[in-house]
Design a protein around this ligand. Sequence first.
Ligand SMILES: Nc1ncnc2c1ncn2[C@@H]1O[C@H](COP(=O)(O)OP(=O)(O)OP(=O)(O)O)[C@@H](O)[C@H]1O
Length: 339
Amino acid sequence: MIEFNDVTKVFTNKKQQVMALQNIDLHIQQGDIFGVIGYSGAGKSTLLRLVNALEIPTTGEVLVQGKNLARLSKKELRQEQKKIGMIFQHFNLLQSRNVYENIALPLELEQQSKVDIDRKVKEALAFVNLTDKAQHFPEQLSGGQKQRVGIARALVTNPELLLCDEATSALDPQTTIAILQLLKRVNKVFGITILLITHEMEVIKEICNRVAVMEEGAIIETGQVFDVFAQPKKATTKQFAQMIVRDDVPVVIHELLSANRYQGRVFHFKFLGDSTGKPIISHIAKHYEVDLTILFGNIMEIQSTFFGHLMVEIIGDDVEIAKVLQFAEQSQVNIQEVS
Ligand SMILES: Nc1ncnc2c1ncn2[C@@H]1O[C@H](COP(=O)(O)OP(=O)(O)OP(=O)(O)O)[C@@H](O)[C@H]1O
């Protein structure tokens, strides 16, 4: 659907050069909800703007449905851009037009008939559940309602691809979830591929199937959301992962260990994928001469896959504990002693 082949983008301002993107290789497939996450200045907006040819690569190529938009005539480009919808952080609604008229605007620009426009706007309003707000003006709407108008306006021309530029960053957490669920429905019901950029892990965790992590204009990790964040490799990816997975050892456990308050030894068990569904703790309790106390833990879900971690005190002699650790490792549980 979208291919970035060794793309670099350099901005030149007053003889200063900014390398906004460097050597980007990316493949977004039809039907993906693909998230790009990174801190401010990482290059996310530039990457997004290359997809609808608002920016042109300095080197390399961006293909959308096999077409290099940078090589098309103006007329051909407009034709291709019609297949790409976009929604924005600050909604970009016209204040002087009511909800109905805002959604109708792209169809008016295409000079569609009044009858067609009316039917399509009403369908879009129903889809985003705003039929009763058709005559309201943007200033009379909440942030979540404004974004739903933005989504309806983007959908009304039947795009194949939806670009979302920090679409939930101006919304509270509850409204964010509602808008993300709506985007999920857009993807499912219409089969529209979604490319979104964000600095919020919650967005990635909630709806994306694949993700790219950006830093200083480069993609530092990419893959399935679970694979990237369950075992992050780069420091920045770890920081993002920490926002949704608190797998650091609680300070209080370190303090109690320092004060020799535990009778046994303390271990950090990390369960990934298959190992989360296995009765590993009960097996240990039944088959080895040890006592187990669970000190702390949590289980997370990303894209229907679970992973979790437990802080466990094990009381027993060292030989028996070594057997426990061997069994756990065979069961693909990652274990580290906390000292
Ligand atoms: N038109 C431009 N002219 C010059 N430099 C630019 C231009 N657009 C972006 N940049 C620079 O390119 C780099 C990447 O910017 P970009 O807006 O793509 O990052 P971002 O990850 O989207 O950041 P944010 O989350 O703050 O929007 C930054 O250093 C930025 O200053």
